[in-house]
Design a protein around this ligand. Structure first.
Ligand SMILES: [Zn+2]
Ligand SMILES: [Zn+2]
Length: 228
């Protein structure tokens, strides 16, 4: 963590091109512009591509538990590589940059009562030493003056890696993965995660948060993949 704090205090070369730091911490302005931005023609509920920003077929036939989703980027090269860096280094620089970009690009800032970062299971947290969604949530929280609630929701079951599972199995895999320890009665909640793939994890978390009484739940993610 000390390294990360130093990274933020002293300009670093761009993580993508190694050029001088001319833009945001960890990424230079030209590389930032070249990233796969995902700001047009998306389903407002799940952020999949959808013409004229209309609700997509999937959300019409089987609505997810969350009410809205905003994704900054498509999960493609070179962004995919950049987000991998979260796991190794540059945590604070990237969280700072991505958190600020979320706030600056979300179509409207909701009146929210709290921000809940995607919880990691305790074992995973100990293994990794940090939760990248929490680091992004802290930046968003400071910018919007909305508190981060990292106590109410817990991941109570370590879930096996999702990537190799078919979609239906992913949904089943997430059942009962989270619990809320206190009520969220009538609250408007923002859920924050780094990458949204099928949305199974966010859907399971949103379901749990709504079962605890939340009124409106929206997901903010750095990147969204499109294939199920
Ligand atoms: Zn660069
Ligand atoms: Zn949709």
């Amino acid at each position: 963590m000390l390294t990360s704090i130093l990274d933020l205090a002293f300009p670093q070369p761009c993580l993508l091109c190694a050029g001088p730091d001319s833009g945001r911490p960890g990424i230079c302005q030209p590389c930032l512009q070249d990233l796969p931005w995902h700001l047009h023609d998306t389903c407002p509920q799940c952020a999949l591509p959808s013409q004229h920003n209309l609700l997509c077929g999937q959300c019409i036939s089987l609505a997810p538990a969350f009410d809205a989703t905003f994704s900054l980027f498509r999960y493609q090269f070179p962004l995919s590589g950049l987000l991998q860096q979260f796991k190794y280094r540059q945590l604070l620089s990237l969280a700072h940059t991505m958190g600020n970009l979320l706030v600056e690009h979300v179509p409207h800032i909701p009146v929210a009562d709290c921000i809940i970062p995607m919880p990691l299971h305790q074992e995973r947290l100990q293994e990794r030493g940090f939760n990248q969604s929490m680091e992004i949530a802290k930046v968003v929280s400071a910018r919007l003056h909305i508190p981060v609630d990292f106590r109410t929701c817990k991941r109570i079951r370590p879930t096996p890696p999702q990537a190799s599972l078919p979609y239906k199995q992913r949904l089943r895999n997430m059942q009962g993965a989270f619990e809320c320890l206190t009520t969220l009665q009538d609250m408007n909640v923002i859920l924050i995660d780094d990458v949204m793939t099928t949305g199974a994890s966010l859907n399971a978390l949103a379901k749990t948060v709504k079962a605890a009484g939340a009124k409106h739940v929206e997901c903010w993610v750095i990147a969204r993949t499109f294939s199920p």
